[in-house]
Design a protein around this ligand. Structure first.
Ligand code: SF4
Ligand code: SF4
Length: 284
């Protein structure tokens, strides 16, 4: 646990507002935010999951997925728990919304491990890195000093100021663009579209980005997706896009995305973007 950054206390009764993500949770003492990992303790906002990791793995960088950044290398992937979204189809719900077992691993140990394993990068992934922000920032700063690259796999739901503070330490990001309709973001993810678009635009100015859209059965409309591809191409047609196949998970039990729909959507994306990949398709 560590005191959190980005919060505002505005009354004598210890009530505060968290300013890390656009939810801007208003918390009285004893209460946690929507992410469940930032808690008001006696008028101070605490990051409850600081250095509490649920996973440390060595992954091919393509698994993040990043297909056009440090290709062919491995990355030390770490994750904590908690998330500021509540996607009905979350494929990682045991760590994003559950009470997983953790172990305490400080930033220094992560850097040592990356060095010992001789990997060129660290990836902040598995659950949403925004909600273990302080740990990501500290680790990324130390990693940078050692010549390691930092990668964030994120839903992009973060306020401007924390994003601007973090970007100088990030070398690549894979950002989820879950839908291109505000009502879909609200209904399926419990968030808003606009801040995610802002994150994509800002991150593109400062680091390598790739975008992932999980094509969830019953969630998307064809026009919506075409508008999305046009919008991405407006930033750059060279931004890689990963269209990933959904499988039933958590509260969303509709059948897996039909393969014909994946192909149709990819064909549409190919008209606007130069690097479109289909993902999460079993080969057997
Ligand atoms: S980071 Fe957590 S506590 Fe802070 S505004 Fe977002 S959901 Fe609320
Ligand atoms: S943003 Fe990712 S980790 Fe968070 S609830 Fe949605 S799918 Fe799960």
């Amino acid at each position: 646990m560590r005191e959190a950054m980005f919060y505002h206390t505005f009354s004598d009764d210890g009530t505060l507002t968290c300013l890390l993500c656009p939810h801007r949770c208003h918390l009285v003492p004893g209460f946690s935010g929507k992410c469940r990992v930032r808690k008001n303790i006696d008028g101070r906002l605490m990051s409850m999951n600081y250095a509490e990791l649920t996973a440390i793995n060595l992954d091919p960088i393509e698994k993040k997925p990043l297909f056009r950044f440090m290709s062919g290398t491995k990355t030390l992937s770490i994750g904590s728990y908690g998330c500021n979204f509540s996607c009905s189809y979350c494929q990682n719900y045991s760590i994003s919304m559950g009470e997983p077992v953790t172990r305490s691993v400080g930033p220094e140990r992560i850097i040592e491990e990356a060095t010992e394993l001789n990997v060129p990068s660290i990836s902040y992934t598995y659950n949403e890195p925004v909600v273990y922000y302080e740990y990501v920032l500290e680790t990324a700063k130390q990693a940078k000093k050692k010549g390691l690259a930092n990668i964030m796999v994120t839903n992009g739901y973060i306020e401007d100021e924390p994003l601007v503070r973090l970007l100088p330490y990030m070398d690549a990001m894979n950002i989820d663009l879950k839908a291109f309709r505000q009502d879909a973001y609200r209904r399926f993810c419990g968030g808003d579209l606009e801040p995610v678009l802002n994150t994509i635009e800002r991150a593109y100015q400062q680091c390598h980005i790739e975008i992932t859209t999980l094509l969830v059965t019953d969630m998307h409309e064809k026009d919506e997706l075409e508008n999305m591809f046009r919008w991405i191409a407006g930033i750059s047609p060279d931004i890689p896009l990963h269209l990933s196949r959904y499988f039933p998970s958590y509260k969303h039990q509709a059948p897996a995305t039909p393969k014909a729909w994946l192909t149709e959507v990819k064909n549409c994306a190919d008209q606007y973007l130069n690097y479109v990949y289909l993902g999460n398709i079993p080969t057997t």
